[in-house]
Structure formats: C-alpha cells, structure tokens
Design a protein around this ligand. Sequence first.
Ligand code: HEC
Ligand code: HEC
Length: 250
Amino acid sequence: MKAKPMVKTLAALLGVLGCGSVVAAGWNEAGGEKDAAMLLTPDRERGIAVYEVCSACHLLEGWGLQDGTFPQLAGQHRNVLIKQLADIRAKNRDNPTMYPFALDEQIMAVAGFHKGEIDPAQLVADVTAYIAKLPMNPENGKGPWNKLFPEFAEGKKLYDKNCVQCHGEKGEGHDEKFFPKVHGQHYAYMLRQFEWIRDGKRRNANPDMVEQIKNFTDKEMQMVINYVSRMPVPKEYLAPSKDYQNPDYD
Ligand code: HEC
Ligand code: HEC
C-alpha cells in the first residue's frame, strides 16, 4: 500500500524531467501530436467539418458497422480517440484503409485549409472533441452467447480476472489513462483487435494488456469479448433509438 504514492512521485518527477511516460515507452510516449492536440481548445464547427470525411466509413452517427469492418467511435473517451488517431496518422497503428482520409492533406482540405494555414493537431483536437460527445449506438454487434449459455458466465469470469483493472467494472474504460471504453463496441471489431493485440500485430498496444492476455486461447478470447459486447451501456450515453440520425448534417 505504501508503495503507491512513491510510484506516483517518481512518475511526476520523471515527467518533469522530460522522460515522458513511465508506463511504457513506445506505447504512449509523451510529446508529439497526441500531447499537442490534448492542449488545444477544440472548435465544434471545425470538428463537424472534419468529421464529414470520417463519416464515409464510421457513418454520420459515428456508429460503425455491426459486422466489425468499422468501429463505433461515438462516445469513446476523447483521450483514447486522440491517441488512436495520432497513432494511426503517425503510422504507429496499421490502418491502410483509413490513411488516405486521415492524413494532413485530406483533413485540412475538408476543413477548408491549405498547407501551413492551420496546425493539423488542431483539427485532431476539433474532430475528437466532436466524436466523443456523439450519442452511442443502442444496437451494437453482439457475440453469439446470451446469458443462458455457460460461455457467457465463463466470459464474465475471465473479464473480472483479467480486464476489470483497466477497462473498468462496467467496461467504461478510463479517459485520463487512455484505456478505451469497450462496452457498446461491436463484437467482431473487438475480436479482431483483441487477437491483434494478443499476437503483437497492433503495434501501439499497451504492453501490460499484451502480457495479461498472451495465454488466452481463441475460445477464451471469444467468450470474454462476447461478455464485453453484451455489457449494458449507461442510458445517458445512448441515442434515443436505433433510427436516430445525426442532426448536425441535415
Ligand atoms: C475509408 C474508411 C475510413 C475512413 C474515411 C476513416 N476511418 Fe477511422 N477507421 C477505419 C477502420 C477500418 C478502422 C479500424 C482499423 C482496424 O481494424 O484496426 C478505423 C479506426 C479508427 C479509430 C480507432 C478506433 C478504436 O476503437 O481504436 C479512430 C479513432 C478512427 N478510426 C478515427 C477516424 C477519424 C477521426 C476519421 C476522419 C478524419 C476516420 N477515422 C476516417 C476506417 C476509416
Ligand atoms: C493493463 C491494462 C489493460 C488490461 C489488463 C486489458 N486492457 Fe484492453 N486495452 C488497454 C489499452 C490501453 C488499450 C488501447 C491500446 C492502444 O493504446 O492502442 C486496450 C485495447 C483493448 C481493445 C481494443 C479497443 C478498441 O477500441 O480498439 C479491446 C477489445 C480490449 N482492450 C479488451 C480487453 C479485454 C477483454 C481484456 C481482458 C481479457 C483487456 N482488454 C485487458 C488496456 C488494458
């Protein structure tokens, strides 16, 4: 128990000395576009303008697709969105489908800017602030096992033992720590990410998570993600119905 404050002090000290994150270099290094975007004041109208290009895949509501091709972005923690977007833009997370739409030239063009007229980190700040406030999909893609199956209970057990310390009791994640919200996300998308993280294919993944899940079998992975996909999302984050349409693009 006593060790905790000391670790904190050490972390703060290292931060001051500019050594950056002590959590794990390479996963979440200090500096770069992520930190720049976090410090800038977002502008909602520019966020709406930039998001239009994203909506080609993530949809105007930010709900992605149940089949997992595109993740839901709506309601995700802002710092998580900033980190993931900055990692993708820096090509520290593979996403060839998205590159042509998320690199500088494209996001500046949609927002009406030419090179040199605006810091692209500002547009990252704008678009992520906008997305984080979008109401979430009330019908995310779910895994195959409802509560009546033993696989559901098994998944819960796995979650409580291996995931809760980071993704939270209710799958709510943690904004300041860059832990994604996982409730409400599509099963098929999460399955793909989980497998990539386990197998070292998602290069920007948190090394502690990699360590925690490295011995998961495919069946265990399916059971735990099934459970996550069925965690209820608190009502206040959900859109009123599955027919809801984003009013900002009327
Ligand atoms: C051409 C399709 C396409 C467009 C346009 C696109 N994306 Fe994506 N995006 C994807 C795909 C596919 C993934 C998931 C990649 C994977 O499976 O690893 C993704 C993943 C993401 C993620 C990571 C989500 C997570 O849960 O970790 C973020 C954040 C994101 N996109 C933001 C954006 C933003 C912001 C824009 C607009 C500037 C945008 N995307 C435009 C296809 C697209
Ligand atoms: C030590 C903390 C930690 C633990 C333990 C952990 N995770 Fe993660 N998880 C993370 C972080 C951080 C990310 C984002 C990775 C990144 O930065 O790219 C993530 C990403 C994910 C993603 C992809 C989310 C997305 O939007 O792309 C899923 C799904 C996931 N975790 C599920 C799990 C499950 C299920 C468990 C338990 C079996 C687990 N995680 C254990 C920290 C953790």
